[in-house]
Design a protein around this ligand. Structure first.
Ligand code: NDP
Length: 368
């Protein structure tokens, strides 16, 4: 379920109702036609749990292909070479990957390592002259994110952030409806993002590698979601932290944060980010003329949602497949998604995360 082949099978039934993700050339429409244009040749850095998911999804990509790996674990490299037919000359470790600059067979590196490593790794990839695709959070603060944006500008390479929801059909439809005025003026967003964090010994609970707790990992979905659901940038933040397990969630690792954001139009957002509660994957937005509820809203899918007009019926397609094909189209044809996935977009989220942590610390309202 959820592969490109399933999608193509459904195309004849659903083509007329599909949202136009890209303009003027729709990626969805492009799925119907044979493709013989350039392939985005990608090396994945960090062969962990999410890297594995991305690699599997890329098998169904039409415009992007996994051709290389960068890893600190030789046994994983061997396994990936066998699974994805990756030649030895496209395999690197964290010490020698700067040599990728001399490899004409790799166009982009997708960084899927712990958060605190993203910044320096991205800068090295940029200096090697390759496009950078980086997982969220793109860095651990805005200062790092800014350095990444500048390094990629200087090197004249693209910097893209793994915002897979910006390619997800139901999400895209909601954004299209909002842009078309179908909800009227958006007034209120509620985002709930969280799960119970398991293994206490993983890097996500080590500030040196994660840069923070639930907010960096899952709360960022409510931040990003508030922005694309309301279509505005926040101008103030308030935030409160609750910690029930200070042994598991040490200093600097947030367990639960509730936060509020105010927007120039007067719209407000109220959000929850947590590592201590399950069943929290829900967005709600109400405007002057309509509303939308998405639940689940950012999991791997299928995403489900209803608006005042009825159920959202766009098909489920593996998010990472769409994302990587969309990013290839962006890089080769400059076709933009409705909501950007570039470094500036990631930087906006990092500025908000900085402000949330500041608001927690000071207990006051932080202006952006
Ligand atoms: P994992 O722990 O599963 O994998 C991270 C990999 O990074 C490791 O397997 C390892 O690969 C490499 N690595 C390099 N240095 C270190 C180190 N010091 N400690 C631990 N691992 C290291 O994490 P995830 O794959 O779950 O997350 C990676 C990134 O992807 C994070 O930034 C996370 O926020 C993001 N993510 C995004 C998701 C999304 O939906 N967009 C979902 C899940 C995660 P190797 O052995 O090959 O070197």
């Amino acid at each position: 379920m959820g592969t490109r082949r399933d999608f193509l099978g459904k195309m004849s039934l659903t083509a007329l109702s599909l949202p136009i993700l890209y303009s003027p050339t729709s990626l969805f429409a492009a799925c119907e036609q044979p493709y013989d244009g350039p392939m985005l040749r990608v090396a994945i850095m960090g062969l962990g749990s999410y890297g594995t998911r991305v690699a599997k999804a890329m098998v169904d990509c039409k415009r992007a292909k996994l051709v290389g790996v960068i890893s600190g674990t030789p046994s994983k490299i061997l396994k990936w070479q066998a699974t994805y037919d990756i030649p030895q000359k496209n395999c690197y470790n964290y010490d020698d990957f700067d040599a990728i600059k001399d490899n004409p067979d790799i166009d982009a590196v997708y960084i899927i390592t712990p958060n605190a490593l993203h910044c320096e790794q991205a800068i090295r990839v940029a200096k090697a002259g390759k496009h950078v695709i980086c997982e969220k959070p793109m860095a651990i603060n805005a200062e790092e994110a800014e350095r990444m944006v500048n390094a990629c500008k200087d090197a004249k390479v693209k910097l893209l952030v793994g915002y897979r929801m910006h390619f997800e059909p139901k999400t895209v439809e909601v954004i299209r409806m909002r842009q078309a005025g179908e909800f009227g003026q958006p007034k209120f967003f509620q985002g709930q993002s969280g799960f119970v964090m398991g293994n206490p010994n993983q890097w996500r609970l080590d500030k040196e590698l994660s840069g923070g707790g639930a907010m960096m990992d899952i709360g960022i979905y409510s931040i990003n979601g508030a922005r694309y659901m309301l279509g505005e940038e926040p101008i103030w933040i308030t935030a409160q932290e609750t910690k029930t397990d200070p042994v598991k969630f040490k200093e600097g690792i947030d367990e639960t944060i509730t936060f509020q954001m105010g927007f120039p139009s007067g719209a407000v957002a109220s959000c929850l980010s947590t590592y201590a509660m399950n069943h929290l994957d829900r967005f709600y937005m109400t405007g002057e003329k309509g509303w939308v509820e998405m639940r689940p809203s950012t999991g791997y899918g299928p995403i489900k949602g209803r608006t005042h007009k009825g159920e959202l019926l766009q098909p489920h397609i593996t998010h990472q497949t769409l994302q990587m094909d969309g990013m290839a189209q962006l890089i080769f044809e400059d076709v933009q998604p409705l909501v950007p996935v570039d470094g500036e977009e990631g930087l906006r989220d990092m500025k908000i995360i900085d402000a949330i942590y500041k608001a927690v610390k000071t207990g006051g309202k932080v202006d952006l």
